[in-house]
Design a protein around this ligand. Structure first.
Ligand SMILES: [Fe+2]
Length: 244
């Protein structure tokens, strides 16, 4: 039987946006999950930990920030991992729903569409689940940014994530003012099961109703972010200027 390995998991939160990136690995090898494009910050952290970057992974095509994955690949030659159906115009290693060994760790890939069709969550060493924008702390990922589907999100949360053990630690893709009510940067499956307002829905229909009401304004330029992160346009050609 495989022994539980020692591992390091570091959450790095972007102050303004609350976007979370994760450095995860065995100590000798690391993977970055959902890195932003200020890539020096991440490379410095990998160096401080004394390890080598062996991969970057985007849980989905992001709609609220520029991914740093391609820049990190250029600088380090490490592969980019994404779910196999990711609609991007650059090479990547396609993930399917199964167990992998990456950066010295056992990583179970869970396909969790809803926020975006290609979304994956990552169960690390059966202890921690990186949930991206699927299940957040006292919140769930929104489904109104053009590529979402609340019915799929229902299945991803209720029929996959909530089947994990209550003790599994939950590390989300977002914290902060746009999403949180708790002020916590992490949770557990059990705590969310008991306290997350979105999970009070007793039926799929109730959940879908919850998902259609009460959301804050959509993030600025989300369509531009999707195009940049899909490789459809270059960052320099994106129109992020606030035209009022
Ligand atoms: Fe997202």
């Amino acid at each position: 039987m495989r022994q539980l390995v020692h591992y390091l998991l570091l959450q790095m939160v972007a102050g303004d946006s609350g976007c979370c990136s994760y450095l995860v690995g065995s100590g000798q090898e690391f993977m970055l999950v959902d890195p932003l494009n200020d890539v020096e910050r991440f490379l410095k952290k990998v160096g401080q930990e004394g390890g080598k970057l062996v991969g970057v992974l985007d849980t989905h095509v992001h709609a609220d920030h520029v991914s740093g994955s391609r820049e990190l690949q250029k600088l380090t030659a490490c592969p980019i991992y994404m779910y196999e159906t990711s609609p991007v115009k650059f090479p990547f290693l396609p993930l399917v729903e199964r167990e992998y060994e990456i950066a010295g760790l056992k990583i179970q890939v869970l396909h969790t569409p809803g926020h975006a069709p290609e979304h994956v969550c990552l169960l690390v060493e059966d202890r921690v689940v990186l949930t991206g924008d699927t299940l957040l702390v006292r919140d769930v990922g929104r489904t109104d940014l053009g590529r979402g589907d609340p019915s799929q999100l229902y299945d991803s949360i209720f029929n996959k994530l909530l089947r994990l053990d209550d003790r599994v630690e939950l590390m989300p893709g977002h914290v902060g003012k746009a999403h949180f009510v708790s002020g916590d940067n992490s949770s557990t499956i059990g705590l969310e099961r008991r306290t997350n307002p979105a999970l009070k829905a007793k039926t799929r229909e109730e959940f879908i109703q919850y998902m259609t009401e009460g959301w804050p304004p959509k993030p600025n330029h989300y369509e531009q972010y999707i195009k940049v992160n899909s490789g459809l346009i270059e960052l320099k050609d994106a129109q992020f200027a606030n035209t009022g």
